[in-house]
Design a protein around this ligand. Structure first.
Ligand SMILES: [Zn+2]
Length: 73
């Protein structure tokens, strides 16, 4: 059985080998005018790479609190 999540999460997105590479991609998107609040980094279960996703305002707020937690080591 095939699921529809693979294409949505993976196809058409740039594959970054690690989180730092994904953050570099965000920097490029921000310089092109995308709001940083709307960009999220997530590790893809399908290809194992890191993708940068675009989210709406509501999701962006949720992600902001999650990434703030994640930055702490
Ligand atoms: Zn992927």
């Amino acid at each position: 059985m095939k699921t529809g999540t693979k294409n949505r999460a993976c196809v058409g997105k740039k594959r970054n080998k690690d989180r730092a590479a994904a953050e570099a991609q965000i920097e490029r998107e921000v310089t092109r005018g995308t709001s940083r609040d709307r960009l999220i980094i997530y590790r893809c279960d399908h290809c194992g790479h890191w993708h940068v996703g675009h989210v709406g305002k509501r999701l962006a707020r949720k992600q902001a609190s999650e990434s703030a937690r994640g930055r702490r080591r």
